[in-house]
Design a protein around this ligand. Structure first.
Ligand code: PLP
Length: 376
């Protein structure tokens, strides 16, 4: 059996090696390492794929979030509502910009921000909501947008884990996650569903004026060469990464389907196990399974994590410590928050290997080991 990894980037590369190698060779031959042709080409391809008017490439997903918040004209102390149950980048950039992160609960079924918790957290200082499409499923965007419209709030979607996910509107029409709010952000970190071979990120919006501002901020606030309108930063997608992404974007739907097949296998294997809750599929979103995350009840979760490691099956806890309990947020009153659902989840979730190159032998082995631990 091929050794099991959380993400098997090597085998994925082997399957697309001729295309990737030739794309990389072209960049090397051109030596246009910064803002080479593939950067704009990829941005256009992605805009088309997402059905978004503008895609602004940048250096990574964290920058995408930071630049988005910088573009909204917020003032220090303005409040931004966000889940605590997320990767640290989401909440960190809020604090970095001297805004105030306001942590709210997630829905224990979907792991995504709970709209009723958003409503309760709104104050006169609230300016924005940052929902996170965690593990590859969209947050309930229509409910979120309704609240945002009622209170005149911006919505910045953290789509780092859900690129390619379909949001299903009430009327049955579909939109890609990340294209519903004011701005959408994503990451091309190698292990993400659309990953490059280093760091990368992108910002999407349908708003022309906002797109210009986002572009300007990502480029030192520059409006014309050596004329700088606002304080910005230096955040670019390398040409080499764009060349990789151009190839991989064409495979994204195929990769999503492969992930969904793996999830189906896991779902079936764990069916009827009272202690295991498999991922819930919300009526308003499909799932692109950035992670396949179980909730365990009456199981020694950390014991399973260790047992699997001994059996050469990697598994991960995303995330063991929620944002509001991070020391980083002591100064923001993090520990004063009471978020029992979030705390409950951090003790019960476990993510199993999930990638585009898994075979039945590996899946059989993984599920056998999990069931062995749980039923003995
Ligand atoms: C990966 C990730 C980010 C940050 O992306 P980087 O490219 O690593 O900066 C932000 N939010 C979430 C939810 C992520 O999973």
């Amino acid at each position: 059996m091929r050794p099991i990894q959380m993400v098997d980037l090597k085998l994925q590369y082997e399957h697309i090696k001729p295309e990737i190698d030739s794309a990389l060779q072209q960049v090397l031959d051109s030596c246009a390492f910064i803002n080479g042709k593939p950067v704009q080409e990829f941005a256009q391809d992605l805009a088309k794929y997402l059905g978004s008017k503008h895609v602004i490439p940048c250096a990574n997903g964290t920058d995408a979030l930071q630049i988005s918040l910088m573009a909204l004209g917020l003032q220090p102390g303005d409040e931004v509502i966000t889940p605590s149950f997320t990767y640290i980048a989401t909440t960190e950039v809020i604090a970095l910009l001297r805004l105030k992160p306001v942590f709210v609960e997630v829905d224990p079924k979907t792991f995504c921000i709970d709209p009723s918790a958003i409503e309760k957290a709104i104050t006169p200082k609230t300016k924005a909501i940052v929902p996170v499409h965690l593990y590859g499923q969209a947050s309930p965007m229509e409910a979120i947008m309704k609240i945002a419209r009622a209170h005149n709030l911006f919505v910045v979607e953290d789509n780092a884990q859900a690129i390619g996910c379909d949001y299903i509107m009430n009327d049955g029409s579909r939109k890609k996650s990340g294209t519903i709010g004011t701005i959408g952000c994503t990451s091309f970190f190698p292990s993400k569903n659309l990953g490059c071979y280093g760091d990368g990120g992108a910002i999407f919006t349908d708003d022309d004026a906002l797109a210009e501002r986002l572009k300007m901020i990502a480029n030192h606030g520059q409006i014309a060469r050596y004329y700088h309108e606002v304080v910005g930063c230096n955040s670019r997608l390398d040409t080499i990464q764009a060349a990789v992404l151009k190839v991989k974007l064409k495979k994204l739907d195929e990769y999503i389907a492969a992930r969904q097949k793996v999830a189906e296998f896991y779902d079936r294997a764990f069916e009827g196990q009272a202690q295991i809750t498999t991922p819930y599929i919300a009526p308003y979103s499909n799932h692109v399974y950035h992670q396949y995350t179980l909730k365990l009840e009456g199981v020694d979760r950390d014991g399973l994590n260790k047992f699997l490691a001994e059996k050469q099956v990697p598994s991960m806890i995303y995330y063991p410590v929620p944002a509001h309990r991070q020391k980083m947020f002591d100064a923001f009153g993090g520990s004063a928050y009471k978020l029992p659902v979030t705390d409950w989840l951090t003790e019960r979730v476990i993510s199993l290997p999930m990638h585009t190159e898994m075979d039945h032998e590996q899946l059989n082995y993984i599920t056998t080991q999990v069931l062995d631990f749980i039923n003995h």
